[in-house]
Ligand binder design. Structure first.
Ligand code: NAD
Ligand code: DAU
Length: 361
């Protein structure tokens, strides 16, 4: 169990935005199950296609006094202010965002509204609270742009976002820093690499490949498959966020990464092996035969890699899960949660898959 520090954050009113999404719901579960957090948590989420309150049904039932769900839009000033007042919000952990790069390329509007305007409305509301302690903003390594063969992103790397999603996240980071500098709002920011694990919406690479392999569908790999991401198991990210929220220094930024750089093709092949081993032991042909190289993502960033020396040395954090154990747990989770998968694959999801990939032979 992670203990929070003296003068700590364990018994206060915490607003989590986007807590019905992938990382947000894992974070809330982590807080209730693995930390000494004893305050009240308000999960404020619009429930877009990516949000699913069923992710936290058991938490709702186990902690009816301490867990509150409010459906609303972070870009709606009146609702945001009302929630801050009603629940006397003292800290914010801000996950809510439009988060899928491919969707931002096809329709950027919602990304501007939610990621930029929404963050602005939350900052304004936080500023108007009397005893406000901390605004923690969850950001991404994508704000730094694309790396060549060498080097890693540090907290000092200049911003160079290259797609509408990362540009909207970079804008929100700038707003958060501006509120700290101009109005002395106590903020922290974390920039994290690619997460994977339970409850990830199946339009992102890892769950998409797991489910397509299980169902014998084509496995789409963009371009030459040699793009590199730095993968982090989601619970390790949640632990880092809780450490920053409780022990991080106001005004500081922390990079979070997995030290697990892999080409996309490697990830896809590894998932194929795991699916074959765990779910198709008697199959005639390996799932890897389903791999299809498809048209590349426009402006596709080639390589991300995070240097997380700062959070390791200052907050004593490092990832616990390695890629093999993390991927195995993830494949097992999707195998054991077919009802969840069926529930999140709404009509809207099916339309996206058809529009985006067309007919793959
Ligand atoms: P997600 O898409 O799974 O979840 C986003 C959540 O935000 C959903 O529950 C959705 O309903 C909610 N939401 C969207 N618009 C909203 C609005 N206007 N008002 C209120 N709620 C709204 O995203 P995720 O993968 O869990 O990412 C969470 C955060 O972490 C994002 O800020 C993202 O930029 C950041 N991040 C993600 C990764 C990753 O690999 N997934 C890595 C680094 C950083
Ligand atoms: O780096 C952090 C970012 O990671 C987060 O900020 C984003 O919110 C999150 O969605 C994720 O972005 P990516 O674009 O890296 O994730 P995605 O799962 O969409 O893609 C991972 C890699 O796999 C990327 O190089 C594109 C590639 N890809 C993706 C899909 C969906 C494929 O080759 N085929 C696919 O079908």
């Amino acid at each position: 169990m992670i203990q929070s520090h003296e003068g700590n954050q364990h018994d206060h009113n915490l607003l989590v935005t986007g807590g019905a999404g992938f990382i947000g719901s894992n974070f809330i579960r982590y807080l209730f199950e693995q930390t000494d957090f004893s305050g009240r948590l308000i999960n404020f989420d619009l429930l877009t296609y990516a949000g699913n309150p069923a992710n936290l049904q058991d938490i709702q039932e186990l902690y009816p006094e301490r867990y509150v769900f409010v459906r609303g839009d972070i870009a709606d000033a009146a609702t945001v202010k009302a929630v801050f007042r009603r629940y006397d919000i003292e800290s914010v952990c801000h996950f809510a965002a439009e988060s899928h790069v491919d969707r931002s390329i096809k329709s950027p509007d919602r990304f501007i509204q939610t990621n930029i305007v929404g963050t602005f409305q939350l900052l304004e509301a936080a500023l108007s609270q009397k005893a406000f302690r901390r605004f923690h903003h969850i950001s991404t390594d994508e704000v730094f742009g694309s790396l060549g063969h060498d080097g890693m992103f540090t907290e000092e790397t200049a911003y160079q976002p290259r797609n509408p999603y990362s540009a909207s996240k970079a804008s929100s980071d700038h707003l958060v820093r501006a509120y700290a500098n101009t109005y002395s709002l106590p903020v922290t920011i974390s920039n994290c690499s690619n997460n994977y694990g339970p409850y990830q919406f199946p339009e992102k690479l890892i769950p998409l490949i797991i489910l397509n392999a299980l169902e014998g569908k084509p496995l789409p790999v963009y371009g030459d498959g040699k793009h590199i991401r730095d993968w982090l198991y989601v619970t390790d990210h949640c632990q880092a966020i809780w450490l920053i929220l409780t022990r991080g220094v106001a005004g500081e930024t922390y990079n979070i990464g997995g030290m697990t750089e892999r080409e996309n093709l490697y990830i896809v092949q590894r998932i194929c092996e795991l699916v074959d081993e765990l779910a198709r032991p008697d199959a005639d042909r390996p799932s890897s035969e389903l791999i299809r190289f498809v048209e590349d993502r426009p402006g596709h960033d080639r390589r991300y890699a995070i240097d997380f020396t700062k959070i390791r040395t200052e907050l004593d954090w490092q990832p616990r899960e390695d890629l093999d154990s993390g991927l195995k747990q993830t494949v097992e989770w999707y195998l054991g949660h077919r009802d969840w998968v069926n529930q999140v694959r709404t009509g809207e999801y099916r339309t996206w898959i058809k529009d985006h990939y067309g007919e793959m032979k």
